[in-house]
Design a protein around this ligand. Structure first.
Ligand code: NGS
Length: 258
């Protein structure tokens, strides 16, 4: 006898595009770090997330293909930290997984969004999400701040030649990215200050991330350096890709300052 047909595409109406604003958002979230959160609980509360931190809405057709996966990019070894270069690695490694990704959200690991209306998708212009961080009194520290969490479509990212690879240590790389955006005729878009709120997980100053004394001169030269330094010149060595239930952990060797 014939098997029952369980193929959605023949038995059901085609999926409708997802709503602009998903239903079921709750707005302001209670974020506090006093009680520990186990990975098991995160897993239990997010049963639709599959291996490597992948997710796709079950009941509608996504309008964008945000790198719908969570990638943690971990710098191998003990050399000076380089945030922007790690973000470049994340862009390429996510694309290796799925070449259809067309939107990339770049987040510091210590920032937790406090409002689910701050939608992690891409916009007409490069997006700065972390406009209200607790450590800055829930305000921007300065008008051109682009740190914390940002999002660019694939074409916006490629237009600015990605992020700089040559900022070793703390500071300036986010300002360089802001410059790249402006110099390429784009304008940063932002959520409402009441919605773009974040709490930072408190931690000691990291080792191997001393303030970079070259940062002030470097951000004066973005116009010249962005053409040669960026995603087009990125070099690294993949050390390990480890698929965890809620995220993909990627360890890379990215070299050290010259
Ligand atoms: C600026 C840095 C940015 C940094 C921002 C906030 O001065 O990279 O402070 O820093 N720019 C330069 O140093 C040129 S924070 O208060 O988070 O430590 O993101």
């Amino acid at each position: 006898s014939a098997k029952p047909n369980t193929n959605r595409s023949v038995t059901e109406k085609p999926l409708q595009p997802c709503q602009e604003m998903p239903s079921g958002l709750v707005g302001r979230l209670l974020i506090e770090f006093s009680s520990p959160m186990s990975m098991e609980r995160v897993q239990r509360e997010n049963p639709d997330v599959s291996l490597g931190g992948k997710y796709t809405p079950p009941d509608c057709l996504p309008r964008q293909k945000v790198a719908y996966g969570i990638y943690i990019i971990n710098q191998y070894g003990e050399d000076t930290f380089n945030r922007a270069k790690l973000l470049n690695v994340g862009f390429l490694e996510a694309l290796k997984d799925d070449e259809e990704y067309d939107c990339f959200i770049f987040s510091d690991v210590d920032l937790i969004p406090m409002d689910d209306r701050n939608l992690y998708r891409c916009y007409e212009q490069p997006r700065h999400f972390a406009v209200g961080m607790d450590k800055f009194g829930f305000r921007l520290p300065y008008a051109g701040y682009f740190g914390g969490v940002s999002g660019l479509s694939k074409s916006q990212f490629l237009k600015i030649n990605g992020f700089p690879n040559e900022y070793w240590g703390w500071g300036g790389e986010d300002d360089d990215i802001f410059n790249r955006i402006s110099l390429n005729g784009m304008k940063v878009s932002r959520p409402d200050i009441r919605i773009g709120r974040y709490r930072m997980i408190k931690h000691e100053r990291d080792k191997h991330n001393e303030p970079n004394p070259q940062r002030f001169t470097k951000i004066q030269n973005t116009k010249m350096t962005m053409k040669r330094d960026g995603i087009s010149s990125l070099q690294y060595r993949l050390v390990e890709v480890s698929r965890q239930p809620m995220y993909t952990n990627i360890t890379v060797e990215i070299g050290r300052p010259p």
